[in-house]
Design a protein around this ligand. Sequence first.
Ligand code: SPD
Length: 389
Amino acid sequence: MEAGDAGNGSAAAAQIKGSGDDASCKPLPPCCVKAKAGVPEAEAKCHDTVVSGWFTEPQSRFGKTSKVQYYNNPMWPGEAHSLKVEKILYQGKSPYQEILVFESSTYGNVLVLDGIVQLTDKDECAYQEMVTHLPLCSIPSPKNVLVVGGGDGGVLREIARHDSVETIDICEIDQLVIDVCKEFFPNLSMGFKDPRVRLHVGDAVDFLRDSPEGKYDAIIVDSSDPIGPAQALVEKPFIQTIARALKAGGVLCNLAESMWLHTHLIQDMLSICRQTFKGGVHYAWTSVPTYPSGVIGFLLCAKEGPPVNFLTPVNPIEKIQGATKAGKELRFYNSEIHRAAFVLPTFVRRELESYTTCSTSTEKEKPKESVSKSQKIKILLNNAILTAS
Ligand code: SPD
């Protein structure tokens, strides 16, 4: 394919022609013409996830062998999201992961770790603002906050809006992520400039094990997906270590993947968290177009103590002195969207509601009104008999 031939619409047009349909001759509707006008045609092909000028998530040929590695197939098999690449800005490898930054045609700069999009300039607000303010606006006056991961600095930027906060610890394992983001994502890494921030580069499991019991009002886990190095962050021992480090009535916000793709994982996490956090556990979600299926969820957990009602912000961002003043405006979060984030589609409600407190991570306790498998079989048999009679 010639440079410039990979542009927006050409592949689709070829497909239409191939199908024998005459639709390719029809004029584009005005919305498509506008979208097309903003997309350059030049091809950027400098990385193996970038083919014909498009970055696509599921594969990479990084390394000497040039063997295709499927990083994320276990998380979202059968689908991939693509972004048109304007320019590769950085590619490198740390001891932990492959790091890629590119300028996209429509989402600004994009950070990719091990082939998976972590953030883009355009939609990062929907993630960083929600993962931060859902927990911090649910408690009256957060003082000590810990961020696990979060090397891009976006969550620090959001925590800094809270004037009640006195200390912000961040434990990020990968110094290279921090350095790369300081260069290519200044609007996020500005979070490191807040004088309350104390950076610890290392493993969060060790960091939390060494933290004093009951130290934090809030802990925010801002990690990559729970495959590979981040897997431990959704498992019971780590969740218990987090609970130990929280004050009574302290809160955790943990990444909890997509309700469209990962209900089994969310169910397991709910079970573990409900065994550990007796002050309440809730699932919330937000829309992030560049994440698989376009949404991502969070588990909001409260340690037993002063009651926490996540569903209604008791510490509304709009009332915090200077939190949203000029130059510091929020782009996504507000108190209404906070409340809405906990409203679940019917299928999710149905699938998650049965996961109440239980004794092991794999065992679920059915709600009282639910029926056992053997009861269900009996009911089916009875219905069959009734139908037949
Ligand atoms: N599927 C991608 C999930 C990435 C979550 N972490 C993003 C980090 C942004 N601070």
